[in-house]
Design a protein around this ligand. Structure first.
Ligand code: AMP
Length: 528
C-alpha cells in the first residue's frame, strides 16, 4: 500500500463518528493488504510511528519535525512514491540513531524522508509522529479488528496484548495463529501491564465492592510500583510506566538478590524512600529523584535510602500465575521472600479490625490500604473490583493537555494547566478544568521544559501538548459545565503532585468522573 493511499483511508475513518463503521473500514482494508503491511498499517492508525517496545521511542520532538517539514531534503534523483513499509522502515532506522550527534542525524534522516514525500504526505507523517492523527482509533479498536479479520477470540488477543505490552508484537503473534497466541509466554525482562485498583471512600464500601467475606488488607505504601524480573541471579526492574529503572536502583537489585530465593520469577512491589533515623516515609517527589538518577547513584543511595514491599508474584519458573487465585499466589510469594521485604497485611472479615489497621497505616504516614479479594485472578492492565484502594483524601489523576504562559513573576513559565480525563472509547483526552495552583517554583520550571518538549500546537499565549504528563489533583467539587466538551468541571482544582510513574491511559476516565459527580449527592442535595 502506498503511503498516500493510507492517508485517504485515515480521512475516511476520521470522517465517521461511528466506532463500528471505523472498525469496518479497518477490517476491509486489512483483508486487502499484504500481511507484511499489517504492522505499519495498524500502528500508524493509532498514531504510533514505531512499536512501543523500542526503548527511548523515536526521539524527535516538535521543533525537529517543524524544521524538517519546512526544510525537507530533496533526493538527487526522483524516487518512487513511498509505501507504508518504506515509511515504517525509515522511522525505525531513525529511532535507532543513537549516540554522538544523534539529534542532528535524526533531523537529517527525517528531512530526507520528508524530501521524498508530497506536502500532504509530510503533514500526515508529522501527525503520526506527534500522535495527533485524531481519527478516533485506539489500541483496543485495532485488537477488535484483528480478532474479527483473523477469526481469533478477542479475549486471547487482549491477553497477548497485555502480556507483551506492544501492539506490533501482537500483530506478529496473531498472524501465527491461535496456538501461538494462546501459548504466548510473557517475555522475561520485558514488562507486562500491571493490575490496577478501584477507589472506595471507606473500608466498609471497599468490603462491599468485593462482595464481603474475608479479604486481605494491605498497607498502601506511598511509593512507586516496580515490576521485578529475575532469572538465575539476573535482575531487571521496571517502573509502572514499564521503563527500565534497574540502573538507578542498585540497592533494590541487591535486596532482591539476597532476599528472594527463586530461579525465575516476575514479582511486584512498592519501593518507598524512608528517612534515615526516624524511619518515616519520605515524600513521593523525593523518591522520584532516585528513579530518575543516572549519575552519582552512590550518593543518592546514601541520601535517599529505599525499601521494597513486595505484594505479588505473577510468574514462577516457567509458569504464568495470572489465573491462580491471589491467596495461592501469596503463599508462593511468602515461601520465597524474607518477611521484612513483604507488604504488611492482615486477613480478616471483620470490618472493625480492618478499620483499625487502616487507621494505624495512616498514623504511620502511609497513604491508606488496599483491600484485596482472596480468590481474585491477576487481571492485566484493568481497574477491576478485586483490588480496592482506600485513602484518606480522594484525589484524581489527570493529564495535562495544554498550558498558558504565566503573568508577572511567572511570565517565563507555562504555569496555568489544562487538566483532562481519558475517554477510553474514543481515545480522547477531555478537559475538565484548569489550575495554576500547587507547584513549587522549581516544579514550574521543570514543567515548562517538559511541556515545551511535548508541544503539538502553538497559539502564542497558550500551547497544546501531547497527553503525557499525569498529575494528582485535589479539588473541592465536580460541577456540570457547558464550557467543556466533557460536560464537567472541577472547582478549586489544585495539583498535589506530578505522577511521573503513571501513564496517561491510567488517568481518571470520563465515566469515573461522572460516577464521582453522582456520588457527591449522596452527601449533599442536588439542584437539577
Ligand atoms: P493508585 O496509584 O492510587 O491507583 O493505587 C494503586 C497503586 O498503589 C499501585 O499501582 C501500587 O503502586 C500502589 N500500592 C501500594 N501498596 C500496594 C499494595 N499493598 N498492593 C498493591 N498496590 C500497592
Amino acid at each position: 500500500m502506498l503511503f498516500k493511499d493510507f492517508i485517504r483511508i485515515c480521512m475516511r475513518i476520521g470522517s465517521t463518528s461511528s466506532i463500528t463503521e471505523k472498525k469496518n473500514i479497518v477490517a476491509t482494508y486489512l483483508k486487502e493488504l499484504e500481511r507484511s503491511e499489517w504492522k505499519p498499517f495498524i500502528l500508524f492508525l493509532v498514531g504510533k510511528p514505531i512499536p512501543d517496545s523500542i526503548e527511548g521511542g523515536l526521539g524527535v520532538g516538535y521543533s525537529t519535525i517543524m524544521k524538517a517539514l519546512k526544510n525537507p531534503i530533496k533526493p538527487l534523483f526522483p524516487s518512487n512514491p513511498l509505501t507504508l513499509n518504506d515509511v515504517f522502515n525509515e522511522l525505525i532506522k531513525i529511532a535507532y540513531i543513537r549516540g554522538k550527534d544523534s539529534s542532528k542525524r535524526k533531523f537529517e534522516a527525517l528531512a530526507s524522508l520528508m524530501g521524498r514525500m508530497s506536502r500532504e504526505e509530510r503533514i500526515w507523517l508529522s501527525k503520526i509522529i506527534l500522535g495527533e492523527l485524531r481519527i478516533g482509533l485506539v489500541d483496543g479498536h485495532l485488537l477488535g479488528a484483528l480478532s474479527n479479520v483473523l477469526g481469533l477470540s478477542l479475549e486471547d488477543i487482549r491477553r497477548a496484548y497485555l502480556l507483551r505490552g506492544d501492539l506490533g508484537d501482537v500483530v506478529d503473534v496473531a498472524l501465527k495463529g491461535v496456538e501461538a497466541l494462546r501459548n504466548i509466554p510473557p517475555r522475561l525482562f520485558s514488562p507486562i501491564r500491571p493490575m490496577l485498583a478501584t477507589p472506595a471512600s471507606s473500608i466498609a464500601e471497599a468490603y462491599n465492592m468485593i462482595g464481603g467475606g474475608e479479604a486481605a488488607v494491605e498497607v498502601k505504601y506511598d511509593g512507586a510500583r516496580v515490576q521485578i524480573h529475575i532469572k538465575n541471579g539476573r535482575v531487571k526492574i521496571f517502573s509502572r510506566r514499564l521503563t527500565d529503572v534497574t540502573y538507578s536502583l542498585p540497592d533494590v537489585v541487591e535486596i532482591v538478590r539476597n532476599g528472594v530465593s527463586v530461579d525465575e520469577a516476575i514479582l511486584e512491589g512498592e519501593v518507598v524512600a524512608y528517612e534515615r533515623g526516624s524511619g518515616k516515609p519520605l515524600p513521593f517527589q523525593t523518591l522520584m529523584k532516585r528513579f530518575k538518577r543516572i549519575y552519582n547513584i552512590e550518593e543518592a543511595m546514601e541520601l535517599i535510602p529505599l525499601k521494597i514491599h513486595l505484594f505479588e508474584i505473577i510468574y514462577l519458573n516457567g509458569k504464568l500465575l495470572i489465573d491462580t487465585p491471589y491467596s495461592d499466589r501469596y503463599d508462593l510469594l511468602v515461601e520465597r521472600v524474607s518477611e521484612e521485604f513483604l507488604a504488611n497485611r492482615i486477613v480478616t472479615s471483620n470490618i472493625r479490625e480492618a478499620e483499625s489497621f487502616y487507621k494505624r497505616a495512616l498514623d504511620y504516614g502511609h497513604e491508606g490500604v488496599m483491600v484485596k479479594r482472596l480468590n481474585s485472578p491477576y487481571i492485566l492492565g484493568v481497574r477491576g473490583k478485586h483490588w480496592i484502594k482506600v485513602k484518606s483524601k480522594e484525589t484524581l489523576d489527570l493529564v495535562i493537555v495544554g498550558a498558558e504562559w504565566g503573568h508577572g513573576r511567572r511570565s517565563s513559565w507555562l504555569s496555568d494547566y489544562y487538566l483532562a480525563v481519558y475517554d477510553p472509547n474514543s481515545g480522547e483526552y477531555l478537559v475538565v478544568g484548569k489550575t495554576f495552583k500547587g507547584l513549587t517554583d522549581e516544579e514550574f520550571q521543570y514543567m515548562t521544559k517538559r511541556l515545551l518538549e511535548l508541544k503539538v500546537k502553538d497559539e502564542g499565549f497558550r500551547i497544546w501538548v501531547k497527553p503525557e504528563i499525569v498529575v494528582e489533583v485535589d479539588f473541592n467539587e465536580i460541577q456540570k459545565s457547558p464550557k467543556y466538551k466533557s460536560g464537567l468541571a472541577l472547582r478549586l482544582a489544585r495539583i498535589t503532585r506530578i505522577r511521573e510513574d503513571k501513564s496517561p491511559e491510567e488517568a481518571a476516565t470520563l465515566e469515573e468522573l461522572y460516577q464521582l459527580y453522582e456520588r457527591q449527592f449522596e452527601k449533599k442535595g442536588k439542584v437539577i
